[in-house]
Design a protein around this ligand. Structure first.
Ligand SMILES: [Zn+2]
Length: 101
């Protein structure tokens, strides 16, 4: 697992570590290194869960395009319904909504 120097990990909800471990497992089977590209840093929508440490972005450019749909499905299945998994043009956005009711 790697991350860009610009990634801000504070705050970070601990469950995002579990999510990252699962995502890394899936990527390792594809021989792709798991890169975190954004945490609480960067520009996100106002009110984004990034700023609460409940969302991380993962680089997708190293994943062969034909494997991308399967990768997204696998992540969704692995993390379960309390996570939102959204494929953006250059990254996979994963956020934890489970603690919010
Ligand atoms: Zn994001």
């Amino acid at each position: 697992m790697r991350w860009k120097d610009t990634v801000d990990f504070e705050p970070l909800h601990p469950v995002m570590i579990f999510a990252t471990l699962r995502i890394e497992e899936i990527l390792r089977e594809m021989n792709v290194v798991c890169w975190i590209t954004s945490g609480a840093d960067g520009k996100h929508m106002k009110g984004s869960l990034h700023y609460e440490g409940r969302a991380l972005d993962y680089r997708t450019r190293d994943i062969p395009p034909n494997l991308l749909p399967d990768f997204v499905d696998e992540v969704k299945t692995a993390l379960g319904p309390k996570f939102d998994v959204i494929l953006e043009p250059d990254h996979l956005h994963v956020e934890w909504e489970g603690g919010r009711t």
